[in-house]
Design a protein around this ligand. Structure first.
Ligand SMILES: Cc1ncc(C[n+]2csc(CCOP(=O)(O)OP(=O)(O)O)c2C)c(N)n1
Ligand SMILES: [Mg+2]
Length: 560
């Protein structure tokens, strides 16, 4: 066995990553990370997935972390490689995903010593300064030993409390240093939240006083690995529930107690359920503006609010509550399930179901559409009912998917929540596919696809089991909708000046062999056959949806 004291820092980093069993390291090469990538390759324990853009490497690491529950690793070289990582860094920060971002830095001898000088070394850039506000912590170690300390601490920190990314910027000369250091074995001390008995009895009092309690499920449930606890809590108490965008895949969609997806573009009946509730219990949701609408008073009127969140800064934020519980979701549910409580909500639930019957989601669209995107999403939910999950991009199609895909228990639904970054879906599905087998379904708008279409090559290169679906409405629909509502139909940059390539030809050029285009309802049958015949090869499906379709209903346009 090689003496641990005689390996280079780059080799040591490779060992560190291998020990963590992260599904892969995602990267785009560059001189300043080449020693580390070489060491990871030589060690041969962690797969290296090469993307065509560092932004994709970062997003893929986020996808890998979300699915494997092991922090992701993404690497980019100094300068442009590092700045290309900034978007995914922000994405994982806002959606609380643990990712270790590693950037290479120029030789310490080439670093500028005077901060007024713009640049000294080629591709020198102070990425730590830039990433400070979108990470839990940035590290710019000065010695090899400091790098190891940063790795150890960063690895722990990104998973502790409210999770999120860290960045470690490592100068190339340190990577080649021989070091006399072994990693201390640390036991991961995941924070335990202290739930007081006072809080629990206040919670019980609020429950006892409520006629229509409703749970609002957020992304924190998955982050806390609490889906089973939540399901047990719901079964025991009988409380109905609605979901935010990021909570969708942490609850059962088939239970009678599920009352839909809320928010600015939520299901009409789900927003009605919130409105009619007199006790709203939010579990791991920061209640973003997209969930509550701008007018908070409409959201909070007529009800008590209990908020459970691991981050006290969220609890003291925009929406005040009657009871704020700072707790990890799992800890809260473990304690709350002991409360002696059960409610019969059947009347309230049937009232909400009546609204659903009278306003089915697909009829929110005008009636004469050629291909109604809500029907397409329902169809995709059936077609891929056996898949591991869906990864959705940003725009109208994101809302149609959240409104209309009926997830099966255990299926995942990943989308860009806080940052809302176009170009998210394809690279995140690459990371998800690296983390877990089965079919993954990536759904992008025609605009979003063009931000990540180079990653079609990554899918083909690694033969990843991804079905790439494009919802083509010939425009940046979400922004066009906003322009139509606010700018007198001037559609600059969204329809005027926007165009698409022939996506079928693009897919073919990248090497996809299973390609289909669906422009009418009848065509859906053809896809059925195509998908059923295939195991897990890459597929490319283009849906030409009616450009008149909108993301509807829009909250506050016509509230129940
Ligand atoms: C990186 C980035 N740039 C710009 C936006 C603003 N934006 C939000 S949705 C959208 C349109 C997306 O177009 P498309 O993928 O075709 O989706 P559609 O709304 O048509 O379904 C834009 C430009 C964004 N969210 N992210
Ligand atoms: Mg579009």
């Amino acid at each position: 066995m090689q003496d641990i004291n005689r390996i280079t820092l780059a080799e040591c980093i490779a060992r560190f990553i291998a020990e963590k069993n992260t599904p892969a390291v995602f990267q785009l090469s560059g001189g300043m990370i080449a020693f580390m990538i070489d060491a990871i390759g030589r060690l041969g324990k962690t797969p290296i997935i090469n993307t065509r853009h560092e932004q994709a490497a970062g997003f893929a690491a986020e996808g890998s972390a979300r699915i494997s529950r092991i922090p992701g690793f993404a690497m980019g070289t100094s300068g442009p490689g590092a700045t290309n990582l900034l978007t995914p860094i922000a994405s994982s920060y806002f959606d609380s995903i643990p990712v270790v971002y590693i950037t290479g830095q120029v030789n310490q001898k080439e670093l500028r010593t005077n901060p007024s000088q713009r640049q000294n070394g080629f591709q020198e850039l102070d990425i730590c300064e830039m990433a400070k506000s979108i990470t839990k912590k940035v590290y710019n170690p000065k010695t090899a030993t400091e790098v190891l300390i940063a790795l150890n601490e960063g690895w722990k920190l990104c998973q502790e409390g409210r999770q999120g990314p860290v960045l470690i910027d490592i100068p190339i000369n340190l990577q080649q240093d021989f070091i006399e250091y072994d990693f201390p074995i640390h036991s991961s001390s995941i924070m335990k939240s202290e739930l007081s008995t006072v809080e629990l009895s206040e919670f019980k009092n609020l429950l006892d006083a409520a006629k229509h309690p409703l749970l609002l499920i957020g992304g924190g449930v998955r982050l806390s690995n609490a889906t089973e606890l939540l399901s047990n809590f719901i079964i025991k108490t009988g409380i109905p529930y609605v979901s935010t965008l990021l909570g969708l895949d942490s609850i059962s969609h088939t239970s009678d107690n599920y009352l839909g997806f809320i928010g600015s573009y939520g299901n009409r009946w789900a927003n009605a359920a919130v409105k009619q509730s007199d006790l709203l219990i939010t579990i791991g949701s920061r209640l973003d503006v997209r969930q509550t609408g701008n007018d908070i008073s409409k959201f909070v009127t007529g009800k008590k609010i209990v908020r459970v969140d691991i981050d006290e800064h969220e609890l003291s934020g925009r929406i005040k509550s009657d009871l704020a519980i700072k707790s990890d979701v799992s800890d809260f549910l473990r304690a709350a399930i002991e409360i002696d409580y059960r409610i019969d909500s059947s009347l309230y639930i049937s009232g909400i179901r009546e609204i659903r019957k009278n306003h089915p989601q697909q009829l929110e669209q005008q009636s004469n559409l050629v291909l109604n995107p809500n029907i397409v999403m329902e169809y995709l939910g059936e077609l891929f009912s056996q898949s591991s999950g869906y990864i959705i991009d940003v725009g109208q199609h994101q809302m149609w998917a959240a409104q209309s895909i009926r997830l099966r228990d255990g299926q995942r639904f990943l989308t860009s929540g806080g940052l809302g970054a176009m170009g998210f879906a394809i690279p995140v599905s690459i990371g998800a596919a690296a983390a877990e087998g089965g079919r993954w379904v990536s759904i992008s708008g025609d605009g979003c696809l063009q931000l990540s279409s180079a990653e079609l090559q990554t899918i083909i290169h690694y033969k990843l089991p991804i079905a790439v679906c494009v919802i083509n409405n010939g425009q940046h629909g979400m922004v066009a909708q906003f322009q139509e509502e606010n700018m007198g139909n001037r559609l600059t940059g969204t329809r005027d000046g926007f165009s698409n390539p022939n996506f079928q030809e693009i897919a073919k050029a990248y090497g996809f062999t299973k390609i289909a285009k669906i422009a009418h309802l009848e065509d859906l049958e053809k896809v059925n056959d195509l998908v059923k015949k295939m195991n897990e090869e890459p597929i490319f499906l283009e849906f030409i949806v009616d450009p008149q379709a909108k993301a509807l209903p829009k909250m506050s346009v016509k509230d129940e």
